[in-house]
Unconditional design. Sequence first.
Length: 320
Amino acid sequence: MLPPIFLLSPPRSFSSVVSTIIGQHPQLHTFPELQIFSSLTVNDLLGAEAKSRRRNRLAPPGLIRELAYQREGDQTEESCLRAWVWLAKNRSLEIDELFKILCSYHAAQHCIEKSPANSTSLSILVRILRSFPDAKFVHLTRSAVSSARSIAEFLSMTAVSNKPDYFHSNPIMIWYSMHSNIRRFKNFLRPNQYLMMRGEDILSDPFKFLPFLCRWLSLDDSEVSVQSMLKPESSPFSFFGPPGFSGGNDPKFMRSPRFRKRSRKPFSSDQLKQYLDAMPPRSLASFINDNNQLADVHARKVRYSLMSLEHSLGYLTGEL
């Protein structure tokens, strides 16, 4: 098994399109969102699914689709159901062992795992590192306001019933808490294990930033490899999947998976300030304290923390 690669980001950070683009490199394979590392065993995973808000699914659809793809070469409703039966029969498997089994099918490639749920907790990230000490971690970012609006858009989609539990929170604080976890996690890593990249850069200038990423991963960075990366629609997981097992990537991406170069746009750090100014102080203050008498003080603390984090992620006034 070659060392895996974990793409870390909050949801709606271009992670589906970027991870799929990267995974089209001949030396890489990107899993759909496996959503497994919040559990210790397959039994825990299936039990958590049964108790969650997402009661109309048997297991994470990305995991089932990957298993069906490996075991039968397709992703029909029948092959996915048989993959779930295999999973149910192997309830005693530890999650780390399950991940190794998944990676072993792609033994000649580095496998990429991109589930946003991995970044909901520092303890999950540390456990991944302990299990896979040679793994590399790509920290994918997106500007705060753009992320928050995209998360809010996702929350409003009535057609998307399988929203992860962590989505039931304020969009801007989902962005803040996950990036904060990833930044703290960086302290556990060797310098050559961590790379931060802005999603906007990859989508706006792929022929500059994809070769850079390839070199960091010690992969072929030729134009041939980069051209193959720019065909995300060729991924076996670029579509919704069969009934009952639909998902594994962002629905917006699966609806239109072809690569479209992003135009650079003017960016100002004032965007976040204006976004936060529109929120009542009591609403901001509630993220750290319910004492209404100190709402203004706590709101200023939250505002400063959010703006400082965005600055540390490389979002300064200019073009983006």
